[in-house]
Write a protein that binds this ligand. Structure first.
Ligand code: HEC
Length: 130
């Protein structure tokens, strides 16, 4: 059988991608529920965003992945003077990408179980993006 180098390359790349995806899926977010008294709301927000909130798996700073970028969300929420803390407590309408709202809604189970302070901290963190 003749071995095509291109074919081998495709196989290697595909396998690498699969194993990377598995790694990402298996990553368990570090539980950072311990809140230090010196922590600012923005720091807490970042911790929640990347940790138990799971937000970072769908939202990146400046590019759209599953969800809109954090910058885009902050921009639209500034323009409309809307509250992210209210939105993630299911008290608002989707303003950024209503067609994808159902996907975002799956995350409300986590955010609605958070404290008011934690939801506010997430808002402060997201709104800190220019
Ligand atoms: C499973 C993927 C996923 C996760 C996890 C996720 N989001 Fe989203 N998010 C989306 C998608 C898709 C949209 C676009 C739909 C929309 O605008 O409602 C969105 C939209 C948003 C919006 C804009 C809402 C609007 O007015 O349209 C905010 C704010 C937001 N997400 C915050 C968060 C925060 C904070 C977290 C973590 C607590 C989070 N998201 C976790 C997928 C996700």
């Amino acid at each position: 059988m003749k071995v095509y180098p291109q074919l081998l390359l495709i196989i290697v790349v595909t396998l690498t991608m699969i194993s990377c995806n598995e790694k990402a899926a298996n990553q368990i977010p570090v539980d950072q529920t311990e809140i230090s008294t010196k922590q600012t709301p923005k720091e807490l927000g970042r911790e929640l965003f990347e940790g138990k909130g799971m937000c970072a798996s769908c939202h990146k700073a400046d590019i759209k992945v599953v969800g809109p970028s954090i910058q885009e969300i902050a921009k639209i929420y500034r323009e409309k003077e809307a509250s992210i803390a209210a939105f993630i407590n299911e008290e608002g309408e989707p303003l950024v990408d209503p067609s994808q709202y159902e996907i975002m809604k799956t995350n409300f189970a986590i955010t609605k179980a958070m404290s008011t302070e934690e939801r506010k901290a997430l808002e402060v963190y997201v709104m800190s993006f220019e």
